[in-house]
Design a protein around this ligand. Structure first.
Ligand SMILES: [Zn+2]
Ligand SMILES: [Zn+2]
Length: 181
């Protein structure tokens, strides 16, 4: 029997959670854990991957997750291992694990953290060309790592991530995709 709820489909002991395109592994793991009421320690135990889960949620990708580990995780959470590979930076792409960055404008459309926002080479949101936020524009507190984005708002002042779009400016330095007349 298949049961549906807000987070996904129930299969065996777990509620399956569907990843979004571009979603970071950290954000996905947080969603899966909350849907299944698992702490990071519990998911580490269930999967046998131990502290690797916590390291991945915090973007500590050194050593880089190997495909065998991703296959183990895939079996536990019910997501194809190739989808996990897409949640990690492409080979050779350097990323920062801090500060965590946000595009409130895109978050308002799809409430996820995108892995591309953490690439060192990314200066503006690849989707909307707005400058990314590294802290809450209202109170200045930095964003927690995405696995903890359960409420979609600042952890201190509770400003909604989607509302922060008002404070994002367009990156004028980037070449426009619209040809000049
Ligand atoms: Zn954006
Ligand atoms: Zn705030």
């Amino acid at each position: 029997m298949t049961i549906c709820d807000r987070d996904g489909r129930v299969e065996g002991w777990r509620i399956l959670v569907v990843p979004h395109d571009g979603e970071s592994l950290s954000h996905f793991l947080g969603r899966f854990r909350r849907a299944n009421h698992l702490s990071v320690t519990m998911l580490g135990q269930v999967s046998g991957l131990g502290v690797k889960i916590m390291r991945w949620e915090r973007f500590y990708h050194n050593p880089f997750p190997v495909i065998d580990d991703l296959r183990i995780l895939a079996g536990v959470v019910g997501v194809d291992a190739d989808r996990f590979a897409a949640m990690l930076p492409p080979h050779g792409t350097r990323m920062r694990h801090a500060p965590i960055r946000l595009c409130g404008y895109c978050y308002a459309t799809v409430p996820i953290h995108k892995i591309a926002w953490q690439y060192i080479s990314t200066r503006a949101c690849p989707e909307c060309n707005r400058h990314l936020l590294s802290e809450c524009p209202q109170c200045g507190v930095r964003f927690p790592y995405p696995a903890l984005w359960s409420h979609g708002c600042c952890s201190r002042c509770r400003t909604l991530f989607s509302a922060m779009a008002q404070r994002q400016t367009l990156d004028m330095a980037r070449p426009s995709t619209v040809p000049s007349p």
